[in-house]
Design a protein around this ligand. Structure first.
Ligand SMILES: *[C@@H]1O[C@H](CO)[C@@H](O)[C@H](O)[C@H]1NC(C)=O
Ligand SMILES: *[C@@H]1O[C@H](CO)[C@@H](O)[C@H](O)[C@H]1NC(C)=O
Length: 270
């Protein structure tokens, strides 16, 4: 009787904690599905896109970035998923190693971005300048600039006169465009109780000084507004960074625990 019980216990006892194993499996599975979604969105954006101005603006096509991130994530989460399910040490080690690599890369980028904030700002400024130059050539860039200016209540990168970078809005006398010296409608401050939107409210504002322009548009550049936004939303920025880092750290720790449990299991059998 006693002996039989002992035997039973020996058969059912396992060093591998099923909770950790299934949690890692489920968790990897969720992100695996999510990675498929990212790839799908990237491919869709790539197929939809007829012109290439967005790619030229950002050096690399954002759709390609989505596809690459999605594919890398697909392989990493696949290793975690199947590694946990089959208790496969090699897959779990691959998962843990790649996740550590990704985590350290992100950490390095964040630290560099923080210490080289001046250079980060200049690099971002170059992208925004290109987006302003190609504002009328590409609907995506136009939507992006409009979105940024409306959300951050700003105009241009340094200030509203940056719109002279664009051929249509350029404020030189020789410019034959009907929008000479104007800024896009997305710079305009909303007028309360206005029945019909005045889409021409940005016309001629580049000839006005800061105080005059301030009456119809947001004259502050988006660079300053972005800095103000980050400084007043530090808690949100921190929470986002933590939200990105925590799942990765959890994945690394859980897979390491599972690996050592599986190794204990193997040595106990031998
Ligand atoms: C706008 O920014 C540019 C570049 O920083 C600067 O030279 C110019 O004086 C600014 N204009 C106004 C009206 O603030
Ligand atoms: C506006 O156009 C003129 C003539 O093409 C050019 O010389 C000038 O640099 C442009 N302005 C800006 C701010 O790019």
């Amino acid at each position: 009787m006693d002996r039989k019980q002992n035997l039973n216990r020996a058969e059912t006892f396992s060093f591998v904690n099923p909770w950790i194993r299934y949690f890692l499996f489920f968790f990897s599975f969720l992100f695996w599905v999510f990675s498929l979604l990212i790839v799908a969105i990237g491919v869709y954006a790539k197929v939809q896109k007829a012109t290439d101005t967005v790619r030229d603006t950002f050096l690399i096509d954002p759709a390609v970035i989505l596809i690459v991130v999605g594919v890398v994530m697909f392989f990493i989460t696949f290793c975690g998923c199947i590694g946990a399910l089959r208790e496969n040490i090699r897959l779990l080690k691959t998962f843990s190693f790649s996740l550590t690599l990704v985590f350290l890369t992100q950490l390095a980028i964040a630290i560099l971005g923080f210490f080289y904030s001046e250079q980060t700002r200049d690099a971002l400024g170059k992208f925004v300048k290109k987006a302003i130059v190609h504002y009328r050539d590409d609907l995506d860039l136009q939507n992006l600039m409009d979105y940024i200016q409306k959300e951050f209540k700003c105009c241009g990168w340094n200030n509203y006169t940056d719109w002279s970078w664009n051929l249509y809005f350029n404020c030189t006398h020789e410019n034959p465009s009907s929008e000479r010296c104007a800024v896009p409608y997305s710079c305009c401050t909303p007028v309360p109780g206005e029945a019909v939107l005045n889409t021409m409210c940005g016309f001629g504002v580049q000839t006005q000084n800061y105080l005059e322009a301030n009456k119809s548009i947001y004259p502050v550049g988006c660079a300053d507004k972005a800095v103000i936004w980050i400084e007043s939303h530090l808690l949100l920025v921190g929470a986002l960074a933590l939200g990105l880092a925590l799942p990765q750290i959890a994945g690394i720790v859980l897979s390491q625990i599972l690996i050592s449990q599986i190794q204990d299991e193997i040595t106990s059998v031998l």
